[in-house]
Design a protein around this ligand. Structure first.
Ligand SMILES: Cc1cc2nc3c(=O)[nH]c(=O)nc-3n(C[C@H](O)[C@H](O)[C@H](O)COP(=O)(O)OP(=O)(O)OC[C@H]3O[C@@H](n4cnc5c(N)ncnc54)[C@H](O)[C@@H]3O)c2cc1C
Length: 521
């Protein structure tokens, strides 16, 4: 087992090389930090795949309060209004901060930031780079900034497999390198490990996004909330690729329409039609596919020859699959895209249940997304919360290191055998029978060890909350409880029971997040 360089012992460890991890490291500079990523920076990060951009109320007709209001509406009763206001208010400064790190956002001929429109936003407020190449461009600039910052020690190819905890809280990270295990001793660990789409058969996420940070936190004793809320993107490119390339919401923002093989616009006349929130459009598309149709996104009339100029990345991905979006409708279907739930953290990104643990980015539950994320709010949340985490860590004294040593390195997580099962029972539409069945299958897998244990634990947490929540809201839809119920305007918070053999799941009033959950019961 390797240990870290002695001069680095005790400095904060950030796990994850996406937007949240990179920004936390940059914000902590010049304080020395270790940044660990299981694959080379940016390769396995959803951040680099973001197309639409970052939501920020910077338009002349816009205000942070309008952005916060749209965030609250999308969150379907579970977004924390104070968090939405705080993060929306911080958005313009987040854009400036990214520019300072070298990100060059698209501008109009007058030199103002060019603003895109996405579903459920009442204003044009999506700041973007290189049309639909926002994530890649942002990550390129930040990776360069991180590599040029001497206080950040980047270790690529190292996979965190366990958090070590003792009676003072987090004691370090047990990780696996290409040839050996590695022990990183630290009292301050930030999880920035991204989402869990790779647990599902149809996903837009990198396949390595299997919710490892959620499992690490849960096994360390942390509370997790809102696990049942999984966002499906209605328009993933349906050409047999895994993961599925995304056809951004911005295409519908430019008035492309959803049609079936007969040319029928099946969203017409339903609310805001194609610009309804993602969950509504996803269910409509899924139902139409279940009824035996194929679904297409048709941009021919809306954009025509202008498509390639607006969406060069999507054009390239379509053309690689033999589809010309200028002349043909694009085949699409819903796919898992984003996870609203995560590690319960406070306004500074700190876990309220495990001392020394912080989380930011998709792995955290800050209260911003509630039951459904507003498009382009996740990159924003990652940048803003990375700053909050860094500020919190900078104000923390490093406690003495632990002498405790782990015994064995857990096996590398393997989600492949679960993907079909998870998709079937925990997909766009759920019901009691399917949830109970998957729960019974996952429970023993999650607690018996081996390569499926961590992915099974994460899926079990989704299933447990999805079964308990007897209503439909945001990203969680129960065929047997299709109504939203005011009695369920609560969060479901879970922890592993002290015995280590099962989960404890409690419904808690909105205001009590992020208070710790008692687990002895
Ligand atoms: C196709 C696509 C398009 C999107 N478009 C947008 C958009 O336009 N706007 C928007 O706001 N959001 C968008 N999103 C969502 C957004 O990209 C993500 O929510 C956000 O980038 C998450 O950032 P993150 O830093 O939390 O995680 P990621 O960027 O996914 O980074 C996670 C990092 O953690 C590492 N990691 C994971 N587990 C371990 C481990 N055990 N040990 C070591 N390292 C580990 C990974 O290798 C990776 O480096 C999109 C998502 C997808 C998939």
């Amino acid at each position: 087992m390797q240990t870290m360089r002695s001069d680095l012992a005790g400095c904060p460890v950030i796990i994850g090389g996406g937007l949240a991890g990179l920004m936390t490291a940059l914000r902590l500079a010049p304080q020395p930090v270790i940044l660990v990523a299981k694959v080379p920076l940016s390769e396995g990060a959803a951040s680099a795949w973001a197309q639409g951009g970052i939501a920020a109320a910077v338009g002349e007709d816009d205000r942070p309060s309008l952005h916060a209001a749209d965030t609250l509406a999308a969150g379907d009763g579970l977004t924390d209004p104070a968090v939405a206001s705080r993060i929306a208010a911080a958005a313009p400064a987040a854009i400036i901060e990214l520019e300072r790190h070298g990100v060059v956002f698209d501008r109009d001929p007058a030199g103002r930031l060019a603003l895109g429109l996405e579903a459920a936003h009442a204003r044009r407020r999506i700041v973007h780079v290189a049309g639909d190449g926002s994530g890649a461009a942002i990550m390129r600039a930040l990776v360069a900034a991180v590599r040029a910052t001497p206080s950040i020690t980047v270790i690529e190819g190292l996979e965190a497999r366990r958090l070590l905890v003792d009676d003072r809280g987090v004691a370090g990270v047990l990780a696996a390198g290409p040839s050996d295990a590695c022990l990183l001793l630290s009292r301050r660990v930030v999880l920035a490990t991204g989402g869990l789409g790779g647990l599902y058969a149809h996903t837009t996420n990198p396949l390595g996004a299997i919710g490892q940070g959620l499992a690490l936190a849960a096994r360390a004793g942390a509370a997790l909330a809102d696990m049942e809320f999984v966002q499906f993107h209605p328009t993933a490119l349906d050409v047999g690729l895994d993961p599925m390339p995304l056809v951004s919401e911005a295409v519908r923002g430019e008035r492309a329409v959803l049609v079936d093989e007969t040319g029928l616009r099946f969203m017409q006349g339903k609310g805001r039609g194609e610009l309804e929130p993602r969950d509504v459009v996803s269910r409509a598309v899924a139902a139409h596919i279940a009824a035996g149709h194929r679904v297409f996104l048709d941009a021919r009339a809306a954009l025509g020859a202008g498509f390639a100029g607006h969406f060069p990345g999507i054009t390239a991905r379509c053309r690689a699959a033999g589809i010309d979006p200028v002349r043909q409708p694009i085949p699409v279907r819903p796919a898992v895209h984003y996870h609203m739930g995560g590690i319960v953290v406070d306004a500074t990104g700190r876990s309220s249940t495990v001392e020394g643990l912080w989380a930011c980015g998709e792995v955290a539950a800050t209260g911003l997304h509630g039951a459904n994320r507003l498009a382009s709010n996740s990159l924003l949340e990652a940048v803003v919360m990375a700053g909050a985490v860094a500020g919190s860590i900078a104000g923390t004294e490093a406690a003495p290191l632990s002498a405790a040593r782990p015994v064995a390195l857990p096996a590398a997580p393997q989600a492949d055998t679960l993907r079909g099962l998870v998709s079937e029972a925990l997909g766009v539409v759920r019901d009691r029978a399917g949830l109970q069945q998957v729960l019974d299958r996952l429970q023993p897998l999650a607690f018996k060890g081996g390569p499926t244990a961590d992915p099974a634990l994460v899926a079990l947490m989704i299933a447990t909350a999805a079964l308990a929540r007897e209503e439909s809201r945001g990203g969680h839809w129960r065929a047997d409880f299709p109504q939203t119920s005011s009695a369920w305007a609560r969060h479901l918070v879970q922890r592993i029971h002290d015995t280590g053999t099962r989960l404890v799941c409690r419904a808690v009033p909105l205001a009590t997040i992020p208070q710790p959950l008692v687990v002895g019961a």
